[in-house]
Design a protein around this ligand. Structure first.
Ligand SMILES: NC(=O)c1ccc[n+]([C@@H]2O[C@H](COP(=O)([O-])OP(=O)(O)OC[C@H]3O[C@@H](n4cnc5c(N)ncnc54)[C@H](O)[C@@H]3O)[C@@H](O)[C@H]2O)c1
Length: 312
C-alpha cells in the first residue's frame, strides 16, 4: 500500500478522493488551507489512523516542499486551486498564484523528493468555446478565462517536468462534477448543487435560457475513483485524459428529476440566457477507458437520487 499526498483534501473532490484512498488501504496525507474546503468534509477520514492532515497553503514558497520531504509520498494528487472561473476573471494574479505557481511548486517538490507520480485536476475549461462535440483530448484548446488558461499551462508544466525528471504526470480534465459535499453557497457552484438546495428549501429554481443546454455531468464518486486509479495503477505513462461520461444531460432533465421528488417546489423560472454561457458541453470518454481502464459508472439519475435521499 502506498502513501499518497492529496492537496485540496478538505474540498469536494479532494475529500471523496481521500475517503476512497483510505478505503483501499492507502495512507493519505491531506493538505488544505480551508480557502473553500471544510473540515466537516474530512470527518470520515479523520477517524482513520491512516490519515494525516496538514493545514497549509500550497502556493506559499517552501511549504509543500517541506510537507513532501516529511511525508515521502509515492504520488501527489494535486486538487488545490482557485476553482471559480468568475474569481479568476476578477483576480487574474491570484489565479496565477493558486493555479499556475502552485502547480510549478508541486512539480518541483516531485522532482526534489523522488515522487513517482503526480495526478492533476485539470478541467474541460481548457477547451473554452470549442464547438466540435464530443470534445476529444486533441481538440483545439481555446481557453476563454484565466482559469482555463491556467489549467492548460499547468498541464504543460507538469508534463514537461515529468519528462525531464522521470516521474509520471496524469492530467485529468474533469467535466461537470456533482455529488454530496459540493458547496452550493457560491452562485457559480455546480448547477446541480444549487438545484439541490433550492428544491430542498421548497423554492423555485432559475434556469437561464430554455433549459435545453446540456452538460456532461459526472458523479464525484467516479471522479474520485479515476484519481485513485491514476495515482496507484501500475504501468501508466504520462498523459492527459477527459474524465467524463460521454453522455449529455439537459438542465431541464435535471430539474425534472428533482421536481418529481419535491412536488411542493414551484415550477422552474426562466430568465434570459447569460452572455458567455456555453450551450452544450460533452466529453469523449474513450481515452481514459483505453489508457487506464476507467469508465464512469454512476448514472446521473442515480447520482441525483443519492443527493435527494441525503436531503430527505
Ligand atoms: N467541481 C468541478 O466540477 C470541477 C471541474 C473541473 C475541475 N475541477 C478542479 O478540481 C479541483 C477540486 O475542485 P473542487 O470542485 O473539489 O473544489 P473545492 O473548492 O471544493 O476544492 C478545492 C480545495 O483546495 C483548497 N485550496 C485552495 N487553495 C489552496 C491553497 N493555496 N493551499 C491549500 N489548499 C488550497 C480549498 O480550500 C479546497 O478545499 C480543482 O483543482 C478544480 O479546479 C473541478
Amino acid at each position: 500500500m502506498a502513501t499518497i499526498l492529496v492537496t485540496g483534501a478538505a474540498g469536494f473532490i479532494g475529500s471523496h478522493t481521500t475517503d476512497q484512498l483510505l478505503a483501499a488501504g492507502h495512507k493519505v496525507v491531506g493538505v488544505d488551507n480551508f480557502r473553500t474546503g471544510k473540515a466537516a468534509n474530512l470527518a470520515e477520514a479523520l477517524r482513520s489512523g491512516a490519515f494525516q492532515f496538514v493545514e497549509a497553503d500550497v502556493a506559499a514558497a517552501g511549504v509543500l516542499d517541506a510537507v513532501v520531504e516529511e511525508a515521502r509520498p509515492e504520488a501527489i494528487i494535486h486538487l488545490a486551486a482557485l476553482v471559480s472561473v468568475q474569481e479568476s476573471i476578477a483576480d487574474p494574479a491570484l489565479n496565477f498564484s493558486l493555479n499556475v505557481l502552485a502547480t510549478q511548486l508541486v512539480g518541483e517538490a516531485a522532482r526534489r523528493h523522488g515522487v513517482k507520480r503526480v495526478v492533476f485536476a485539470s478541467s474541460a475549461a481548457v477547451y473554452g468555446d470549442a464547438t466540435t462535440l464530443p470534445l476529444r483530448e486533441d481538440a483545439e484548446k481555446r481557453p476563454i478565462s484565466p482559469y482555463g488558461a491556467a489549467k492548460l499551462a499547468s498541464e504543460a508544466l507538469l508534463l514537461g517536468h515529468a519528462a525531464s525528471y522521470g516521474f509520471t504526470a496524469r492530467c485529468h480534465r474533469y467535466f461537470n462534477v456533482f455529488g454530496p459535499r459540493q458547496d452550493p453557497a457560491s452562485p457559480y457552484s455546480g448547477v446541480i448543487s444549487i438545484f439541490d438546495r433550492r428544491f430542498r428549501e421548497g423554492a423555485a429554481v432559475t434556469i437561464f435560457g430554455d433549459g435545453q443546454q446540456t452538460r456532461d455531468f459526472i458523479s464525484v464518486h467516479d471522479v474520485a475513483r479515476a484519481n485513485v486509479r491514476a495515482a496507484t495503477r501500475a504501468g501508466l505513462a504520462s498523459g492527459v485524459v477527459n474524465i467524463c461520461t460521454g453522455r449529455a444531460t439537459s438542465l431541464l432533465d435535471v430539474a425534472r428529476v428533482f421536481a418529481a421528488h419535491y412536488p411542493q417546489a414551484g415550477a422552474p423560472r426562466h430568465e434570459p440566457a447569460r452572455a458567455g454561457d456555453i450551450v452544450h458541453s460533452l466529453g469523449e470518454a474513450t481515452r481514459a477507458a483505453a489508457e487506464m481502464d476507467f469508465r464512469a459508472d454512476v448514472p446521473v439519475a442515480d447520482g441525483l437520487a443519492e443527493l435527494i435521499r441525503r436531503g430527505a
